[in-house]
Design a protein. Structure first.
Lengths: 186, 140
């Protein structure tokens, strides 16, 4: 059953990815990206990772789609970047070499679901055996994220805040941006 | 901004439901999937929906940007503050076991507090990003 679901979802994922590349209208591209995120989050549900699926659905389908739409509205004028015919080889070579590097790196990973790997034998086993007892929290993901790995989560939240500050510093001045846009229109 | 009556009415009904669901995900994260990050994103998406239908200006009247700036920092402060309190109570940084009478009660209190901090920061930063991006849209 899960094999059938996985196959269907992966085929849809592939179709969506190809459609994103082929579509010329940016608005349609944003919508297809939202669909892509939704398919990925369904895959996470099949993989028994509802917490990750939750995040992917909320961030990928909701927030980032809206942010992309707002960006499209903001760059309505002059977002076209025509590619010269001769310059197409370099991006292709770059993505091919990056892709082969990733595939080369995957070779060293343990097999999917292999229970004999160190990460499952040592610290994960402790979390599963003692997690509910030590933290009193039935959802193990929350226990690991909030308690055992609390310092990491503090770092993540700080990253979110830093990203917000960065955007505010770059785009946060209202008058200047509008003046510039008006000058460009005239 | 939309003039469609259906969209306007449905949004008015949906926003409180989304906010309630966000609070459920926030405070029920110990027992079911979810937690501060997801709750923050869902909370901000309610305001995003409101802004898409009623306009950004109406949304900034409900939730001014100054509050968001304070909230974004307050969440991280709450998170780090729980760590500092546990330091003063004689434990390691972010060791919640010392926060209450028994270790398990302390863990529970600490986890709820830091998830709240995560939720506040994420919701505020997401909305700040949206406001900042929306402001760069040139006027018609």
């Amino acid at each position: 059953m899960s094999l059938l679901l996985n196959t269907v979802l992966l085929v849809f994922l592939l179709v969506t990815a190809i459609a994103v590349m082929r579509v010329k209208v940016l608005l349609a591209m944003v919508m297809l990206f939202g669909l892509y995120s939704l398919l990925v989050s369904s895959l996470f549900v099949v993989l028994d990772a509802p917490d990750v699926a939750f995040t992917e659905a909320a961030v990928g389908t909701g927030i980032s789609t809206v942010l992309m739409l707002v960006t499209l509205a903001a760059v309505r004028h002059g977002h076209s970047a025509p590619i010269k015919p001769g310059k197409r080889m370099l991006p292709l070579l770059l993505s091919l070499s990056m892709g082969s590097l990733v595939i080369f790196g995957i070779q060293d990973l343990p097999n999917f679901g292999d229970t004999q790997t160190p990460s499952y034998q040592q610290v994960a086993r402790h979390y599963i055996d003692k997690g509910a007892e030590e933290t009193g929290v039935p959802n193990l993901v929350t226990a690991v994220l909030a308690s055992y790995r609390g310092f990491d989560t503090l770092g993540e939240v700080t990253v979110v805040l830093t990203a917000g500050i960065g955007v505010l510093l770059l785009l946060g001045r209202r008058e200047k941006v509008h003046l510039k846009a008006r000058r460009n229109n005239e | 901004m939309s003039d469609s009556l259906i969209l306007r009415v449905v949004t008015k009904w949906l926003v409180p439901v989304i906010l309630l669901f966000a609070l459920y995900v926030q405070f029920h994260g110990d027992y079911s999937p979810g937690g501060g990050f997801q709750a923050g994103v869902i909370f901000s998406s309610a305001f995003l929906l409101y802004a898409l239908v009623y306009g950004v200006d109406a949304t900034t009247r409900v939730l001014p940007e100054a509050i968001l700036r304070i909230g974004a920092s307050l969440g991280v402060l709450l998170f780090a503050g729980v760590g500092v309190v546990s330091l003063f109570k004689g434990g390691a940084f972010l060791n919640y076991s010392v926060l209450a009478g028994t270790p398990v009660a302390g863990q529970h209190l600490g986890i709820i507090l830091i998830e709240l901090g995560v939720g506040i920061t994420v919701a505020c930063v997401m909305l700040l990003l949206f406001y900042t991006f929306a402001r760069t849209i040139p006027p018609q």
